[in-house]
Design a protein around this ligand. Structure first.
Ligand code: SAM
Length: 325
């Protein structure tokens, strides 16, 4: 018989309310009865915080931050300012990308011991291009109850105000730094029918708009959403050529989300005959046949005319993945 999916929800509808996760006017009252495989313990709250305008914090976020036993923050200095603004005095601990490994385990132990912990990042929703996914995975694996406390996220704010289709979209996060990976990802985006969103640093906006124009063509529509919810909020709409020219003339400042229109039917058709295998696919095939990373990179860089060092870097990454799997 198929095993029932594990639930970490402890509430039994209709049963007398005896235990409160974190109290408050709108809180769900959890029941003392537990499902057989969920240990009684604390809750991990993923609390979204403003991406600029402090009025965007939710009432529930404020209550959870006030009532939690501990707040785990990406940068305690940033979160301390937010807490000071709202007169919240909950103890803080740091949880950032570099310490995530060992720290997750320690936090899960605290949760299992009954503490309620709120995870926040510097801005927006934790675990979206921010630390958190690993902690959530470990908490779930450890039978800990995890609750989202939804609120701002730059990607949703940019998408909904962009004027581009919102029905289906792809979130790419930040583009990779290495040239070969970046090129691969841009190429994939150019062949994507859904709206695609990128996070981008102001120092790279011009380059990325230029690269997108090269792979998608200068006429593809794009919206550069800048400083959302802040004083200098701007939504620059136009074709890749137009928005690229705008930021050629005005230095890109602040935080950016790029929202790229999906490829049209005719663009998709035009890209279809090109069924040339990607460099990555060629490398994987060659290495699966037993060729060394060095030899495969040499042969394939000759074939594709890509710089050998870039192809070699990609080969090494594939070798690392295979060794690690
Ligand atoms: N977790 C956050 C979220 O939910 O949006 C994202 C964190 S990620 C480290 C930071 C990136 O998000 C920035 O580099 C920028 O691309 C985007 N971003 C954050 N706040 C923004 C804002 N107010 N306006 C535009 N983009 C923003």
């Amino acid at each position: 018989m198929a095993k029932a999916p594990r639930s970490n929800h402890r509430q039994t509808p209709g049963a007398p309310a005896t235990r409160t996760a974190v109290t408050g006017a709108f809180s769900e009252i959890a029941d003392a009865e537990t499902t057989p495989d969920s240990a009684p313990g604390g809750t991990l709250y993923l609390v979204a915080t403003p991406i600029g305008n402090l009025e965007d914090i939710t009432l529930r976020a404020l209550r959870i931050l006030r009532e939690a036993d501990l707040i785990a923050a990406e940068d305690t200095r940033v979160t301390r300012k937010l807490l000071a603004h709202f007169d919240i005095h909950t103890p803080l601990t740091s949880y950032h990308a570099h310490t995530a490994g060992g720290k997750s385990e320690a936090l899960v132990e605290k949760l299992q011991a009954g503490q309620n912990i709120a995870l926040v990042s510097d801005a927006g929703t934790p675990a979206i291009s921010d630390p958190g996914a690993e902690l959530v995975a470990e908490a779930v694996a450890g039978g800990v109850r995890v609750e989202p406390v939804p609120g701002p996220s730059a990607l949703v704010a940019a998408l909904v105000a962009s004027g581009l289709p919102t029905g289906r979209f792809v979130f790419e996060g930040f583009l990779p730094r290495t040239k070969a990976d970046r090129r691969e990802r841009l190429l994939m985006a150019s062949r994507e029918a859904r709206t695609t969103l990128f996070y981008e640093a102001p120092t790279r906006v011009r380059e990325t708009l230029g690269d997108l124009a090269k792979v998608c063509g200068p006429e593809r529509r794009v919206v550069a959403a800048r400083e959302i919810t802040k004083k200098f909020e701007e939504f620059a709409h136009g074709t890749l050529a137009e928005v690229g020219a705008h930021f050629g003339a005005h230095e890109p400042r602040g935080e950016f989300v790029l929202v790229l229109d999906g490829a049209s039917g005719s663009e998709l058709l035009a890209s279809q005959p090109d069924d040339t295998p990607t460099t990555e696919a060629l490398l994987r095939e060659a290495m699966a046949r037993g060729q060394s990373a060095r030899d495969a990179a040499r042969d394939i860089s000759r074939q594709t005319r890509e710089p050998r060092n870039e192809v070699y870097a990609l080969a090494m990454r594939i070798r690392g993945e295979v060794a690690g799997s």
